[in-house]
Design a protein around this ligand. Structure first.
Ligand code: PFF
Length: 463
């Protein structure tokens, strides 16, 4: 009998090993959560959606939807101790309900594959910016120079493809070796270092003379900008940035030691993740305004604002290189977790080694990545539905698949699993448990469904 098939959940062990401590788990999930979503996507999405109102909706989504979904994923992962597909199948059957809940796990595996196909391309952009910074290309650069450097880079599909390939290679390498080895150490160093550098950058953006304007843009809501499509985008960003809705956290939860507090871990992750995103916003918008740039510049926003800032500061070549190295690391640890559900599934289901699974799924993702590589050059005029191939992948995965996955996950944890099972995992039925259960059963499902229906225009206007 496989060691993860014990009848008593407390005796189950994951086939892939366990985290060495509570801290190791928090670090791994933080490594997954903190990434391009915080530093690359958050600022440009806020910029495109008009600032403050979007940020407040996003924060509300993190608290009332993100937290219960994250806790549900961890508790399900730890109880099942398998890949997300097998975990949902097992828990469904164990609770006397349908094993077909595994479809939710399968959708998560697919979402991970699709997201990584474009995430790795942007990871490649970051990697190339390590070299650009290191070779001093940003020293004393003007807004025109950094913009043209970026446009030239994105315009060359073969260069972008090269870095995408390297980034995917690095990801496959770590996933093949096993999640625990190396990841813990990397994250332990990376998150504090990234935070520190962001604070240095913050000092610079405060000195830019436009800090107040940046803060106002980020936090002062202009409710006239609010649309349901925007609320859906804010909700999608909350899911993406916390790595939830697709089973990545569930997969990591499968390696969580029995005694670790789930609410405590989830809170620690959400706080560090949100702080880094807000810090990125506080760094970037003052710089945007100080240099007369457009906050709605789109996916290339950080690749012009930050090089510009670094180019003007003393020691800029060093700081810029360090920053992009750290951002590449952050993207790398997230990319690893995007692949983990698929790899764990292949290993368990088809009895393959981690290396075989990582190479097979990695090659597929690499090939899919060309849709995004070409979206910024050769195929930039090839648009349908939401825009380019990249725009469509982004919308489909973040704004549809993740919230839908999250909805089904909280419904599963809140309604399908019985009280005893969930209370057992969440450390008893005290106030925290009651709050989780209320959010998971009522607030999060209704919230997600409501935003969905509103965004596609299926609910009437009230006003
Ligand atoms: N949370 C990551 C980021 O903000 O960059 C992206 C991500 C990783 C999303 C893992 C989903 C996931 F499962």
């Amino acid at each position: 009998m496989l060691s993860n098939q014990a009848a008593d959940p407390a005796k189950r062990k994951s086939l892939h090993g366990h985290w060495s401590s509570r801290m190791a788990f928090i670090l791994a999930v933080t490594g997954s959560a903190v990434g391009l979503g915080n530093i690359w996507r958050f600022p440009y999405i806020v910029g495109e959606n008009g600032g403050g109102a979007f940020v407040l909706v996003y924060l509300a989504c993190v608290v009332v939807i993100g937290m219960p979904v994250m806790m549900s994923e961890i508790l399900m992962g730890r109880r099942g101790r398998r890949n997300p597909i097998a975990t949902m199948e097992l828990l469904g059957a164990e609770e006397g309900k349908s094993p077909n809940w595994k479809v939710v796990g399968a959708m998560g595996v697919l979402a991970g594959v699709l997201i990584l196909s474009y995430y790795a391309v942007v990871g490649g952009w970051t990697l190339s910016y390590v070299l650009k910074s290191g070779s001093g290309q940003f020293a004393n650069a003007t807004p025109e120079i950094v913009t043209s450097l970026r446009d030239k880079f994105l315009g060359s599909w073969s260069t972008v493809a090269l870095y995408h390939t390297i980034f995917m290679g690095l990801t496959i390498f770590v996933v093949a070796r096993g999640v625990e080895r190396g990841l813990e150490q990397a994250v332990r160093f990376m998150v504090p270092a990234l935070l520190l550098l962001m604070v240095v950058l913050l000092g610079y953006s405060i000195a830019s003379g436009h800090f107040g304007e940046g803060v106002a843009f980020l936090f002062k809501p202009d409710w006239s900008k609010l649309t349901w499509d925007m609320v859906l985008t804010a909700m999608g960003q909350a899911f993406f940035t916390l790595s939830i809705g697709m089973g990545a956290v569930m997969a990591y939860g499968a390696y969580l030691p029995e005694e670790t507090s789930i609410p405590g871990s989830a809170t620690a992750v959400a706080i560090s993740d949100t702080s880094i995103a807000l810090l990125a916003g506080l760094v970037i918008f003052p710089l945007v305004f100080a240099n007369g740039m457009d906050p709605g510049d789109g996916p290339g926003l950080v690749f012009v604002t930050l090089p510009l800032a670094f180019g003007q500061m003393p020691g800029g070549v060093f700081f810029a290189t360090l920053f992009f190295v750290l951002l590449t690391f952050a993207a790398w640890t997230s990319a690893i977790s995007l692949m983990e559900p698929a790899v764990a599934w292949i290993v368990e289901r088809f009895n393959k080694t981690r290396a075989q699974a990582a190479v097979a799924i990695g090659l597929l993702i690499w090939a899919l990545g060309f849709g995004t590589v070409l979206s910024f050059n050769v195929l930039s005029d090839f648009t349908f539905w939401r825009g380019t191939i990249f725009d469509n992948l982004d919308h489909l995965t973040l704004n549809i698949m993740l919230p839908l996955g999250g909805l089904l996950i909280v419904v599963f944890a809140g309604w399908v699993m019985c009280r005893n099972s969930t209370a057992d995992e969440l450390g008893g039925s005290g106030a925290v448990y009651k709050l989780w259960r209320f959010l998971a059963r009522v607030v999060a499902p209704i919230g997600i469904l409501f935003v969905f229906l509103k965004a596609v225009g299926l609910l009437p206007e009230f006003s």
